[in-house]
Write a new protein. Structure first.
Length: 635
C-alpha cells in the first residue's frame, strides 16, 4: 500500500456492503436458494471495506494536509439555481470512523455466524446488517448535509428493522417503534438546522459552511441555533438525556445487533455529527456549554440506572448512554480530538462486552444475572475477554479506556469544574456496575440459567464466536496507545491540545490520573465486597437505600412520563385529541367525501359498460339522432 489509494476505490468502501445488501436481498435466497451464502457475502464485503479503509488511512496520513481531494459530480439541479454536488470528504476524522465501523462490523458479522446460524431469519439478518454498515459508512464519508441526512435516516431505518428483527415478539416490535419515534424527534432538529444553514448560506457543502462560520459570514445567533439543532439530532441518535429512553429497550434485537448499534453505527452517528460540524459549535460558546452540560449530566444519570439492572444487556445499554455522555462532555470541553478518541476506544471494548453477553446467553439461555454465576471455569475465553473489556471501560491503566477517559477528565477539570465532579463520580459508578456484572456472572456458583434449561450445563461458545472476541480484547487493551504521544489527537484537528500526556509512563506523574484510578479501584473493591465475598449484604444495602434503588430501577419514571402522561393523557386525551378529531372528521372527511363521490359516479357509469355491441350501437344511433334534432331545432 505504498501508492495512494485510487479515488474510484474509495467509493467502494460503502458500495461493497451496499452491493452485498442487493445480492442478498434478490439473489442468494430468492434465486440461488442458498441463504447460507448471505453471511459469507456480508463478511467478504465488510472485509473488503476494512482493507480499503486501512489503505485510505495510510494515504491520508501521507497526503499533504492529511486530506485526500475527491472530485465532486453534479447530482441535482433545481431551476438552474440550486446545484447539489455528490462528493466525499476524506480527512483523518473520516478515516478514523471508517476503521471503527468496518473493524467492529467485521467482528460482529463473523461472530454472528455462530450466534445466528440456526435462526430462520438468517438471510434477512445479513441483508439488514449489510445495509446498516453501508449506511453508516456513507454517513461518515459524504461531503454535504443533504446526503448526510439521507444516510442519517437510513441508519435509523436499519436500526428499526434490526431492533424489531424478531417482530413476532410484541416487546421487539414495541422497542423498534419506540426507537424510531424517539429518534425522529432529534432528527427534526437536525433537519431544521440544515434548512436554517441553507437559507443563510445557499449551500449544503460542509466545507463551505465551515469556511463561512470561521470567517464570521454567518451570524452568531444563526450559528447558535444551527448548532443546537444539530446537537438535538445527536441527542436522539446518541441517546442523550432526555431522548435516551429508546436505547435500553433496543436490547430486544439480536445481541450482535446491539454490539454494532452501541459500538460503531447508530449511537456513534450522533457523536460523529457534532465532531464533523464542530466549527459551528466552536464559534458558539453557548452551544458548546449545552453539549458539555447535557453530556456530563447524561454520564452520571445513565450510570445510576446501570447500578441496579439485573439484565446484563440493559446494564451495558446504560453503560453506553453514560459513555456517550463522556464523549459529548469531551467534545464540549476539549474539542474533536478528545471526544473522538474516546469513541474510538469505546467502540472496541463495548462491542466486546456485548459479544461477551451474547456468548453468556448462548451458554445459559438467559440475560438475567440472577440466574448465572460460576461461569469463569466453564467459559474461560468469555471470562478473560469480558474481564479485559470491563477493566478497559473502568479506566484502568494501561488499557485503552484509561487514556481517553482521563483526557476528558483533564479537559473538564480545566473548563467546567462542576461537570468534572460529576464525571469523577461516574468513574466510580462505572467500575462498580461493571464488576457487579463480572462477579454475579462469573463468580460464585451456577444458579440455573433459564427455567427451561436448569438441567443444561453451560459451555464455552464455538471458536467462530471466540475469535472475534479475542481480537477485540487485544484492541481493548492497546487502541489507546495510539495517542500516547498525542500525535493521534493532533491529526484529528480541532481541540487537539492535551493536558498531561507525556508518554506511556509519564502520564502517571500527573495527580489527576491517580485520583481517577483510586476512584475506579474503589468501585471494583465495593463490588467485590458485596457480590463476591458478601462482606456487605446486597439485600441490606438495597433495603437501606430503598427509595433511591426504586427510583433507579424505575428509570426515574421517564417511560411513564413519555408513555402515560405525554403519550396517553396529553396526545390521546388532551387538546391533541381534539385536533385529531378535527383532522379525522373534517379534513379527512372532506377529502374522503370527494373520493367517495367520484367512486359513486364511477360505479354508476360502470353499469353502462356491459360489453354488448348491440347496446353500444343503440346509444350511438340515439346520440346521432339527438345531434340531428338539435341542429334542426336550433340551427
Amino acid at each position: 500500500m505504498d501508492m495512494p489509494i485510487p479515488n474510484i476505490l474509495i467509493w467502494f468502501i460503502f458500495l461493497l456492503p451496499l452491493a452485498s445488501f442487493v445480492l442478498i436481498s434478490f439473489f442468494t435466497k430468492p434465486i440461488l436458494k442458498k441463504p447460507r451464502l448471505s453471511g459469507y457475502l456480508t463478511i467478504g464485503a465488510v472485509a473488503g471495506s476494512l482493507t480499503l479503509s486501512i489503505w485510505t488511512l495510510i494515504s491520508i496520513l501521507r497526503a499533504e494536509g492529511h486530506e485526500l481531494v475527491i472530485p465532486d459530480f453534479n447530482w441535482l439541479t433545481i431551476n438552474g439555481v440550486i446545484n447539489i454536488q455528490v462528493g466525499l470528504v476524506m480527512d483523518t476524522l473520516t478515516a478514523v470512523m471508517l476503521i471503527v465501523v468496518t473493524t467492529v462490523s467485521l467482528m460482529v458479522q463473523i461472530y454472528s455466524q455462530g450466534y445466528m446460524h440456526s435462526d430462520p431469519g438468517y438471510h434477512r439478518y445479513y441483508a439488514f446488517m449489510s445495509l446498516f454498515t453501508a449506511s453508516m459508512l456513507g454517513l461518515v464519508m459524504v461531503n454535504n448535509l443533504l446526503l448526510m441526512y439521507v444516510f442519517w435516516e437510513l441508519v435509523g431505518l436499519c436500526s428499526y428493522l434490526l431492533i424489531g428483527f424478531w417482530f413476532h415478539k410484541p416487546e421487539a416490535a414495541k422497542a423498534a417503534k419506540k426507537a424510531f419515534i424517539v429518534t425522529r424527534i432529534g432528527d427534526f432538529g437536525f433537519l431544521a438546522a440544515i434548512l436554517l444553514l441553507f437559507s443563510q448560506t445557499g449551500t449544503l457543502d460542509i466545507a463551505q459552511i465551515h469556511s463561512l462560520a470561521l470567517t464570521g459570514a454567518i451570524g452568531g445567533t444563526i450559528l447558535m441555533w444551527a448548532a443546537i439543532g444539530i446537537f438535538l439530532g445527536a441527542v436522539g441518535k446518541s441517546a442523550q438525556f432526555p431522548l435516551h429512553v429508546w436505547l435500553p429497550d433496543a436490547m430486544e434485537g439480536p445481541t450482535p445487533v446491539s454490539a454494532l448499534i452501541h459500538a460503531a453505527t447508530m449511537v456513534a452517528a450522533g457523536v460523529f455529527l457534532v465532531a464533523r460540524m464542530f466549527p459551528i459549535f466552536e464559534h458558539s460558546p453557548d452551544a458548546l456549554l449545552i453539549v458539555a452540560t447535557i453530556g456530563g449530566f447524561t454520564a452520571i444519570f445513565a450510570a445510576s440506572m446501570g447500578l441496579v439492572m439485573n439484565d446484563i444487556k440493559r446494564v451495558l445499554a446504560y453503560s453506553t448512554v453514560s459513555q456517550l455522555g463522556y464523549m459529548m462532555l469531551g467534545l464540549g470541553t476539549g474539542g474533536v480530538a478528545i471526544g473522538i478518541i474516546h469513541l474510538f476506544n469505546h467502540a472496541f471494548f463495548k462491542a466486546l462486552l456485548f459479544l461477551g453477553a451474547g456468548s453468556i446467553n448462548h451458554a445459559t439461555g438467559t440475560f438475567d444475572m440472577r440466574r448465572m454465576g460460576g461461569l469463569r471455569k466453564v467459559m474461560p475465553w468469555t471470562y478473560f475477554t469480558f474481564l479485559i473489556a470491563s477493566l478497559s471501560i473502568s479506566g484502568i491503566w494501561p488499557l485503552a479506556g484509561f487514556w481517553s477517559k482521563d483526557e476528558i477528565l483533564v479537559s473538564t477539570f480545566d473548563s467546567q469544574p462542576v461537570l468534572f465532579y460529576l464525571a469523577m463520580a461516574t468513574v466510580f459508578m462505572t467500575a462498580f456496575y461493571m464488576f457487579r456484572v463480572v462477579f454475579l456472572t462469573f463468580g460464585g456458583k451456577y444458579r440455573g440459567g433459564t427455567s427451561s434449561q436448569t438441567d443444561t450445563r453451560p459451555h464455552e461458545s464455538p471458536m467462530v464466536m471466540i475469535i472475534p472476541m479475542v481480537i477485540l480484547s487485544v484492541l481493548a487493551i492497546c487502541s489507546g496507545w495510539f495517542n500516547v504521544t498525542g500525535d493521534f489527537g493532533h491529526l484529528l484537528g480541532h481541540g487537539a491540545e492535551h493536558g498531561f500526556i507525556e508518554g506511556f509512563f509519564g502520564i502517571l506523574t500527573h495527580p489527576l490520573p491517580w485520583i481517577s484510578l483510586i476512584m475506579a479501584f474503589a468501585g471494583i473493591l465495593l463490588a467485590y465486597a458485596i457480590y463476591s465475598k458478601n462482606w456487605i449484604s446486597a439485600t441490606k444495602v438495597r433495603k437501606f437505600f430503598s427509595p433511591i434503588h426504586t427510583m433507579f430501577f424505575r428509570k426515574y419514571w421517564m417511560d411513564e412520563l413519555y408513555e402515560d402522561i405525554i403519550g396517553e393523557k396529553i396526545l390521546n386525551k388532551g387538546i391533541f385529541a381534539r385536533l385529531k378529531l378535527f383532522d379525522s372528521k373534517l379534513v379527512d372527511g372532506a377529502v374522503n367525501g370527494v373520493a367517495e363521490a367520484v367512486m359513486t359516479m364511477g360505479r354508476a357509469i360502470r353499469q353502462v359498460q356491459t360489453g354488448q355491441l348491440q347496446l353500444y350501437g343503440i346509444f350511438i344511433i340515439l346520440g346521432v339522432l339527438a345531434i340531428a334534432i338539435g341542429l334542426i331545432l336550433w340551427g
